[in-house]
Unconditional design. Structure first.
Lengths: 336, 461
């Protein structure tokens, strides 16, 4: 089956298209700024950028409803921005400051928002997959029709716990969408060098889970596929797998020289498939927006990102007392 | 406004690097993503991309320069309409990252403060577990444990039990006998044999607002799931700045049973006791199994509940009370004494109590403390007792290196050194994988005789 492409003439309003453009641009500019702050030594440790993969989260968030949950790996900044978390809080967590989502105690890989139903930000490859199935379990147990988007990469897709989760998710009909963000490289190992079964979505068939492959550089295709998966889960038909073919332009983390692929390969992807450029072109050729309209959006995004950087630089480091807080809860945090 | 391009840090540890090659020259225009330079670190040569768009106004560091400090200005980028003449190179002080000077202050509030000389005995909670006059009934550990879980499931709909063979089979060790009938398949859930997976699913369910009880058929199999227990369940509260955590119980038999060999006979007390974010209970008596299980289920944190297969069938007095709970962090003094303090927990208590009986025949009066929970640990009760007896022996089935007894010894040494009349002795299992042969297995376990010998050694009798 060929990757799902969006319908030729997109059935989408100008406002929607502009929103996707804006949301994807926010992620890209935010990540570029994060890379810059990393270079300045303001962000430490590991920092995994989402540049190139923006259409995946923006497309799927367009298919989500209030109360749906999401959980992902350590490449998590894009997911947080797409579900409406505050760029200031995300950037300040990257700089390890009091104003960050985890008060500076989590960092780039470990951020959460109860309010936005964002359950992390997990640093152990594939650990979020059973956790996501467990979130879906909690909704099924409570008897509501919410769904959980459980994101993981092509690297994580080879971990055993993914298949343990598939098995139980189908056995118990959990409303869980397993989203495989296939960016083709697990750190420096291409999918060709890590599996003889590179069609990840098909692996669900062994457990009876339906799935499909989606063009992850096309936000409208991702949204369409997301809507189909959500409908399946909400109807109580159990889990669904979306393998979204995407591409990360930057290295695995900031310290990755990316010698395992050619510069030309990256450049070709940027020139021909870029998700933001595709929407930009749809907006302009469809006369949904003028160059000036887009410039205004660019300016708005630039201001938001600059403000987040400023906030992240000026927010104080956490108080030393914070070292000793949040180790044990005294009461159960209430579900939002 | 002209923007300075700074020497980037390209890895978590990079402080300086070599500017190997410029791919742009003064006057070139660049846009976001264009390669500007190659920078060599000690690990790799990295391409350095432009973030902003503009024109290269001036190159400040020539290619081939070694030892360029991170954050040094290496070039100046001009925006539309600016010229190189606008560059004011005097403003090139790098923006420094904040110094990490907070650590020093914080270190002093850790757990290793210097002990004050001749400390006085700590205040401890010595209230009885149940009021005088309470009716008691004999009950096995197995029944008490089931009653504790069932009472909490009646009390709170969000509590459920999952694990291998917990429902239709009625529990591999019959702990969940009758629970499927009472609570139904929604709340008493048989899982496939997939410890890593179901521990993760249960932890996710706890994030989502439920209160799971996860039964491991034995804790040996929880090694398959230990990443989820520690990295996901124990650490999330901290990593989320207090926003979400995992109120849940991981329970099952721990330690040696009988003749099941090395892979099925390990005591994990010392392992789990080490983890901040977890609470660890390891009860001995039936009343504690019940009372601590109820406390564990109500606790808003992940609790490791270490049971023992050999104890499941033992009977003890259990109070007939509507809602009997035992607090965490409160040891039970089973026997008062004046010559030596024997500290134990879980099945180790059987050796401690037997030894105390025999020692009494020889005129040695042993005080026997059952810790009941290892995290939090009631070190106050240990210290108070040692300050009275001046001698201490610890008893456990686990291995000697990095044992629970080692930790207790260090606490006593730091807090009550001047009270000790003899070194603390740790009686433990032997430093070998558990053998299968009956005679060797007996030798590998801690014995009552070893506890007696240790007491005689510390009392010089």
């Amino acid at each position: 089956m060929a990757p799902r492409k969006s319908t030729k003439k997109p059935n989408v309003s100008a406002e929607e298209l502009k929103a996707y453009y804006r949301d994807m641009l926010l992620i890209r500019r935010f990540e570029e700024k994060a890379g810059q702050l990393y270079g300045m030594g303001l962000i430490g440790g590991f920092c995994h950028l989402y540049i190139g993969q923006e259409a995946v989260v923006v497309g799927l968030e367009a298919a989500a409803e209030e109360g749906d949950k999401r959980i992902t790996s350590y490449r998590d900044h894009g997911h947080m921005l797409a579900c409406g978390m505050d760029p200031n809080g995300v950037m300040a967590e990257l700089t390890g400051r009091e104003g960050g989502y985890s008060k500076g105690k989590g960092g780039s890989m470990h951020m959460f928002s109860k309010e936005k139903h964002f359950y992390g930000g997990h640093g152990i490859v594939a650990a979020q997959v059973p956790l996501g199935a467990g979130l879906a379990f909690s909704d099924k147990y409570k008897g509501n029709d919410r769904v959980t988007f459980t994101y993981f990469g092509d690297g994580a897709a080879n971990q055993g716990q993914v298949y343990e989760s598939y098995n139980m998710a189908e056995l118990w009909m959990l409303p869980c969408i397993f989203v495989i963000e296939n960016n083709q490289y697990a750190m420096g190992t291409s999918t060709k060098r890590s599996t003889m079964s590179p069609s990840y979505w098909e692996r669900g068939a062994a457990y009876g889970i339906p799935g499909e492959e989606v063009d992850g550089m096309d936000v409208l295709a991702v949204k369409e596929a997301g809507q189909k998966a959500v409908a399946h889960c909400r109807a109580g038909k159990g889990p669904y797998i979306l393998e979204i073919k995407t591409y990360r332009y930057r290295g695995h983390s900031m310290s990755d020289p990316a010698k395992y692929r050619t510069r030309e390969e990256v450049q070709k992807m940027r020139d021909e498939r870029d998700p933001i450029e595709q929407v930009r072109s749809l907006l302009l050729t469809g006369k949904h927006a003028t160059e000036d309209d887009l410039k205004a959006i660019d300016k708005e995004i630039k201001d938001i990102v600059n403000e987040s950087a400023e906030f992240a630089k000026t927010s104080p480091e956490p108080a030393v007392e914070e070292l000793w807080t949040d180790i044990y809860a005294t009461e159960v945090p209430q579900e939002a | 406004m002209a923007t300075e391009i700074l020497m980037p840090a390209l890895s978590p540890t990079m402080e300086e690097g070599t500017l190997a090659k410029w791919h742009v020259k003064e006057g070139d225009t660049v846009s976001s993503g264009d390669i500007m330079a190659e920078i060599e670190t000690d690990k790799a040569t990295m391409e350095f991309e432009a973030v902003d768009e503009g024109t290269i106004g001036k190159i400040l560091v020539e290619e081939g320069t070694e030892g360029v400090k991170v954050n040094t200005a290496i070039a100046v980028l001009l925006e539309e309409g600016e010229s190189a003449d606008d560059i004011d190179t005097s403003t090139s002080a790098p923006e420094a990252a904040p110094a990490a000077d907070a650590g020093n202050e914080a270190a002093s509030s850790g757990g290793s403060e210097a002990p004050a000389p001749a400390p006085s005995a700590p205040e401890t909670d010595t209230s009885p577990d149940w009021p005088e006059g309470t009716t008691l009934k004999q009950q096995t550990v197995r029944e008490a444990l089931r009653d504790g879980m069932a009472e909490e499931m009646r009390r709170d709909d969000s509590v459920f039990l999952m694990g291998e063979e917990v429902a239709e089979y009625q529990g591999a060790y019959k702990i969940s006998q009758g629970m499927l009938d009472e609570f139904g398949a929604k709340r008493v859930i048989d899982t496939p044999i997939t410890e890593h997976g179901f521990a993760g699913i249960a932890t996710g369910a706890a994030f989502g607002g439920l209160r799971p009880i996860v039964e491991f058929m034995t804790f040996n199999f929880a090694m398959q799931a230990i990443d989820q227990i520690i990295n996901s369940a124990a650490k999330t509260l901290y990593m989320s700045g207090g926003q979400m955590g995992a109120p849940m119980v991981f329970r099952g038999p721990n330690g040696a049973a009988a003749r099941v060999g090395a892979q099925h006979s390990q005591d994990y007390a010392a392992w789990y006791m080490q983890i901040p974010g977890l609470k660890v209970a390891m009860p001995y008596s039936a009343s504690d199994y019940k009372g601590l299980m109820k406390t564990a289920i109500r606790d808003p944190n992940p609790v490791i509940f270490l049971e023992n297969e050999i104890l499941y069938g033992r009977s003890f007095d259990v109070p007939e009370l509507d809602d009997y709970t035992v607090p965490f962090g409160k040891a039970r003094i089973w026997r008062e004494g004046s010559d030596v303090t024997i500290v134990s927990f879980g099945i180790g208590m059987q050796y401690a109590l037997e030894a105390a009986d025999k020692l009494a025949e020889d005129g040695i009066s042993a005080e026997v403390i059952d810790l009941r929970t290892l995290r939090p640990m009631d070190t106050g009760s240990i210290l108070k007792s040692v300050m009275k007896t001046n001698r201490c022996v610890t008893v456990e089935e686990g291995w000697p290196q990095g044992s629970v007894g080692n930790y207790i010894s260090s606490v006593i040494m730091q807090e009550a050194f001047d009270y000790l009349d003899a070194p603390v002795i740790n009686c433990t299992g032997k430093d070998v994988p558990m053998p299968y042969a009956a005679n060797l297995e007996k030798l590998a376990l801690v014995t009552t005789d070893e506890v007696i010998a240790a007491v005689k050694q510390v009392t010089y009798s």
